[in-house]
Design a protein. Structure first.
Length: 476
């Protein structure tokens, strides 16, 4: 197990570096862009998000996950996935090219015709590296992906800022994304040294698709519902309202989705190697739950408490309508990494059928909540997201209990102290804010007092087994 632990630890470190350094750089560059651009510019891009998200999901078709899960994969499997992804990417780009006028008519935004056709090229570009990313994930090699991400983000970000400063508006965001995708693919191909030496094999396609198809359907359902708020807000409300929501979601996703991404990328191949040993699987899984809660809960609750000074300082006053949206979204986003861990168990056990069943149940509930909340405005819609996030926690843990005997109440028992401490930290930050004059001072003081309070109390009472972290890191 020593080799497996080393791979897992190295993977965790480099995946964390990629997610938080690369995304941190992108976050910093995004702040500069947001100060140069208008909420309407982000609203226009947000209107297209669902169309591209659906296309990406179908292009992958669950094959990346199927490749990682399959034990006896070979070059025929990799080549089959490669050629399938390329063909489907071209088909969907052509489809988006043709329906671009319909998208523009739906939102009553003529500019969306050209935006759709240009940014749609990223579908074709990104399809060329699906196999490369899967191979890196199988080897738990996130160091290479880190290099590719950071370089492409820095270069494309600088160009995007220049274009935004020069008055290109929304096109600065579009061109930035095209350059980022292109550079990323070039670097991944250079380091992977992999070529599709085998052709397309239909028998391998059927085998992989039997697993991936269920993930495709569940992925499509999840993608639609992840972006459905963008459609509704963009259709019913103004472009600027969608811009505010898009920015709030991006700020919420920075800690939440990045940590979720790290967890999924590192734990899936690691836990897959333990799939036949339920005792080891449960033991490892419990440690991951505790460590995840120890990190994500204070980050999200602290972000909610400091949303006001944070937005005013980094984005300026023109983005103040983002504040309350961000605060509410944080209470939904804090549970996403926990959801990801529970769902990874189904991946590991090869139960994509159960994963699909859960997605259908959850999305049915989300639909009902969404339909009820729409007439009451954007605030009610976001509160609905919080409600469905807690319902999803109950649903996601059902099969975890069936498979490894680690259900909702056991998980809550392991993380309840961290949760209560995080809320106490957030409350202290929140009541301190009115006592300080400037937004800059509020932000600095809030971060310091929150961090000192949380770490000192957690260390004093060993909440979340925080005292084991230094020895764990030293041992590795």
């Amino acid at each position: 197990m020593s080799s497996l632990k080393k791979k897992a630890f190295d993977g965790l470190i480099w995946s964390s570096i990629e997610r938080f350094s690369a995304q941190g750089i992108q976050f910093f560059l995004g702040i500069i862009l947001a100060r140069l651009l208008l909420p309407e510019d982000y609203g226009l891009v947000g209107m297209l998000a669902i169309f591209f998200a659906i296309s990406v999901t179908i292009i992958d078709s669950g094959f990346s996950t199927a490749l990682i899960q399959k034990k006896n994969r070979d070059e025929k499997d990799f080549s089959t996935v490669f050629y399938f992804n390329i063909v489907v990417a071209f088909v969907f780009y052509l489809l988006l090219f043709l329906i671009a006028p319909l998208i523009a008519d739906f939102y009553r935004q003529p500019l969306l015709i050209s935006l759709t056709r240009v940014i749609g090229l990223t579908l074709i570009i990104n399809s060329f590296a699906v196999v490369q990313r899967a191979k890196f994930a199988i080897n738990i090699d996130f160091k290479t992906q880190t290099k590719a991400s950071i370089f492409s983000i820095i270069i494309s970000g600088i160009i995007g800022i220049y274009l935004a400063y020069d008055g290109y508006g929304v096109w600065a965001l579009v061109i930035q994304e095209l350059i980022r995708s292109t550079l990323n693919i070039i670097i991944l191909w250079y380091y992977s040294k992999w070529l599709p030496i085998e052709g397309f094999h239909f028998d391998r396609f059927k085998l992989l698709f039997s697993f991936g198809s269920k993930l495709l359907i569940s992925g499509l359902i999840n993608t639609i519902y992840d972006n459905i708020y963008l459609i509704i807000i963009g259709k019913i409300y103004s472009t600027s309202s969608l811009g505010f929501y898009t920015r709030a979601k991006q700020l919420n996703d920075f800690p939440s989705s990045n940590l979720t991404g790290i967890i999924q990328r590192v734990t899936y191949p690691l836990l897959s190697e333990l799939q036949d040993n339920n005792d080891r699987l449960k033991e490892t899984y419990r440690k991951m739950i505790k460590m995840t809660a120890l990190i994500i809960f204070p980050l999200m609750i602290g972000l909610a408490a400091l949303a006001d000074p944070l937005i005013r300082v980094i984005l300026t006053e023109k983005w103040v309508n983002t504040i309350w949206m961000l605060q509410l979204l944080c209470f939904a986003g804090m549970w996403y990494p926990i959801h990801a861990l529970n769902l990874n168990i189904l991946y590991v056990k090869g139960r994509s059928d159960l994963f699909l069943r859960l997605e259908i149940i959850k999305k049915t509930i989300i639909t009902l909540v969404l339909v009820i909340s729409i007439p009451f405005g954007i605030e009610a819609m976001i509160i609905g997201q919080i409600f469905t996030s807690y319902v999803a926690l109950i649903i996601n843990t059902y099969y975890t209990k069936q498979i490894i005997a680690y259900g909702l109440f056991q998980q809550l028992s392991d993380i309840i102290k961290v949760l209560l401490l995080s809320f106490a930290m957030g409350y202290i930050i929140y009541i301190t804010m009115p006592l300080i004059n400037t937004s800059e001072s509020k932000l600095i003081v809030g971060i310091l007092e929150g961090a000192i309070f949380y770490i000192s109390i957690a260390w004093l009472f060993n909440i979340g087994e925080i005292k084991t972290l230094p020895s764990f890191i030293k041992q590795k």
